[in-house]
Each structure stands twice: as structure tokens, then as C-alpha cells.
Design a protein around this ligand. Sequence first.
Ligand SMILES: CC(C)(COP(=O)(O)OP(=O)(O)OC[C@H]1O[C@@H](n2cnc3c(N)ncnc32)[C@H](O)[C@@H]1OP(=O)(O)O)[C@@H](O)C(=O)NCCC(=O)NCCS
Length: 120
Amino acid sequence: MISLSETKKDFSYNSVIGDQHKFFNVMLDDKEIGNLEYVEKDDIIEIVSIYVNQEYRNKGIGKEILKLLKNGNIKYFIMMVTRQSKRFWMKLGAEPIQKEDYVTTKFTKNFIKDYYCIQV
Ligand SMILES: CC(C)(COP(=O)(O)OP(=O)(O)OC[C@H]1O[C@@H](n2cnc3c(N)ncnc32)[C@H](O)[C@@H]1OP(=O)(O)O)[C@@H](O)C(=O)NCCC(=O)NCCS
């Protein structure tokens, strides 16, 4: 069973929505198989980093991790999409954030280029 175990890290990457980063180890039963960093603010979660160890990829674990983050309050997941991660995010229904989208207007004065969003 996949679960998240909160941990501490002494570094974090930039986030467009806030600075309260949370770090987790991704656990498969008792084994650590990846990690996750995100920022949650209001009804948005920004996935800053998601990582599943190579030998556990393409088994639905990445998808499962996002499911674990859903709660009644969350309306959007947002993330910066890179060339390597784009197909994964698109599979989960991510679409480029538009200039007039809630996420852009709420958190940043400037349009957030290369950011995608999944409406929960
Ligand atoms: C991106 C990552 C977290 C995906 O985790 P995963 O457990 O392999 O993903 P899943 O098995 O849940 O895949 C979900 C869907 O995306 C697809 N997918 C996953 N990675 C993909 C890739 N690199 N290219 C194309 N499709 C991909 C899967 O085939 C699956 O499709 P399906 O629903 O039709 O079966 C993992 O590949 C990883 O750790 N990569 C390195 C780090 C990284 O790039 N992180 C993202 C940016 S921070």
C-alpha cells in the first residue's frame, strides 16, 4: 500500500504560491520508494517535485500519490512542466495555465509560463 511519511529537508525549490514547503517520503508498505515536495495554499496544491524510484515507475504509483493529496478543499493541482515530465502530467489531465485563470490572477502578477494545472 502506498502512503506518505512526512520528513524534513533543509532545501526547497521555488514555489509560485507560497513558502511553506512540505516534504514526504513515498512508502510502499515499509519501503521508501520515492519522495514528494509540495506547497499548499488555500485551495491549490503546487507539486514542486515528485519522484518515484526507477524500478517502481509505470505501475500507477505517481497517480496514486496525487490521489492521496486530494481532500475536500483542494480545487487545483499546479506544477511546472518540463520536457521529461510533460507526458505524465498530460496523462493526468493537466492543461497549460492561461493568463486569465484563477491560479494566475490569484497568486502572481505575471503569467506563469510553463505551469500546468489539473482541476480536481
Ligand atoms: C514522473 C513520475 C513521478 C511518474 O511516476 P509513475 O509512478 O511512473 O507514474 P504512473 O505509473 O502513475 O503513470 C501515470 C500515467 O502516466 C504515464 N507516464 C508516466 N511517466 C511517463 C512518461 N515519462 N512518459 C509518458 N507517459 C508516462 C503512465 O504510462 C500512466 O499512463 P496510464 O494512466 O495510461 O497507464 C516518475 O516517472 C519519476 O519519478 N520521474 C522522474 C522525476 C520527474 O520527472 N518528476 C516530475 C517532475 S518533478
